[in-house]
Design a protein around this ligand. Structure first.
Ligand code: PMP
Length: 355
């Protein structure tokens, strides 16, 4: 979706890695996260300070192969610390990101297990709650819902960037996860990072990544650092004139797409999407709604929405996968322009279940 922005920058983003560069597993042996490139750490801290979406002071920065790897690293670190013979319950409030259950149970770990719906979790046992805010799939701002004594929380803030929602305050949680996938659009670089308060937890997360992949690609880290540097520069008043403010640019795109989507279903009784409240964004210094990266669409009661959409050549993910019903689907709002326009066009043509 942000490809055009990066295309317009042309060769300005090019950088060279010579054959003799970055050969070692290590990036900085003095750092707790010894495989984290110092330049990436600096750009992560800068970007958060510029955007104001997370506290970085007194936090350990841990880089991962996407935030996907860090989700597992966090589950490992939190559950291993407990030293409990039983697997720790992992919960999330539906609709939740469909990868959480899959990731949690994939290796049938003895450390943690998927325990499903956070709203109904009432066991007097340790648990880890995954809190995604803004939420994937429905875009709403979220807080923990279990709030019991033996709880630990992982805040997945992949979408807490100004193009998707108002930055109302710097997030200040024990474990916060971010990713370039959703921030800059460079999902293929596979770079995510965690901001972690507790040193012991941070060390265990690093240990997980050490055993899993012995660190994270240096090439990818350096590229991500470059891209984040440009984004930070693009938000400065003193930026080069030809460099458009990335967040302004990407928010405009999101607004445009959401307008197109809402227009396409305006007079359609079959589908609904949520409205989001206006909130003041400290970054843009303006009021804004939330423009989620996904449209969470509700079809008429009893309809298998995924099936209806498939009949109209629209690929979606069924609500079932997110702990909700088949009357919901999740549709990506982040595809390429042509693909998105085709989606809206096909959506406008659905007037009845058999049409
Ligand atoms: N968390 C959430 C909420 C996501 O939506 C995604 C990507 N769909 C991820 C984590 C994983 O992102 P990454 O590409 O950094 O692995």
């Amino acid at each position: 979706m942000y490809e055009t922005y990066w295309k317009e920058l042309g060769g300005k983003m090019d950088f060279t890695i010579t054959g003799c560069q970055s050969l070692s597993y290590f990036a900085n042996t003095k750092n707790l996260c010894w495989f984290l490139e110092p330049k990436l750490e600096q750009e992560i801290r800068n970007l958060h300070n510029n955007v104001g979406n997370a506290i970085v002071e007194n936090r350990h920065v841990i880089v991962g192969t996407g935030s996907s790897q860090l989700i597992l690293a966090a589950l490992f670190a939190l559950s291993e610390t407990l030293n409990d013979p039983n697997p720790v319950n992992v919960v999330s409030a539906p609709p939740y990101y469909s990868s959480y259950p899959e990731m949690t149970d994939f290796l049938r770990s003895g450390l943690f297990k998927w325990a499903g719906d956070a709203y109904t979790f009432d066991k007097d046992e340790p648990y880890i709650e995954m809190v995604t805010s803004p939420n994937n799939p429905d875009g709403f701002i979220r807080e923990p819902v279990v709030n019991r004594a033996k709880g630990m929380v992982v805040h997945d803030l992949a979408y807490y960037w100004p193009q998707y929602t108002a930055i109302t305050s710097p997030a200040d949680h024990d474990i916060m996860l971010f990713t370039v996938s959703k921030c800059t659009g460079h999902a293929g670089s596979r770079i995510g990072w965690a901001l972690v308060k507790d040193e012991k937890v941070a060390r265990k997360m690093v240990k997980f990544i050490q055993v899993n992949t012995i660190g994270v690609s240096k090439e990818a880290q350096l590229r991500a650092a470059n891209i984040m540097e440009i984004i930070s520069l693009s938000c400065q008043r003193s930026k080069p004139r030809e460099l458009a403010n990335f967040f302004e640019y990407s928010q405009n795109l999101m607004v445009e797409r959401w307008n197109k989507l809402r227009n396409a279903i305006k007079n359609n009784e079959l589908f609904r999407v949520s409205k989001f409240p206006l909130q003041f964004c400290n970054f843009t210094r303006d009021f804004t709604e939330t423009y989620p990266a996904f449209a969470w669409m509700k079809c008429k009661e009893g309809m298998d929405c995924e099936k209806v959409f498939r009949g109209h050549k629209i690929v979606t993910r069924s609500g079932k996968r997110f702990g909700s019903g088949v009357e919901y689907v999740r549709v990506s709002m982040l595809s390429r322009d042509e693909e998105f326009d085709l989606f809206v066009q096909r959506l406008s043509n659905i007037h009845g279940i058999g049409n």
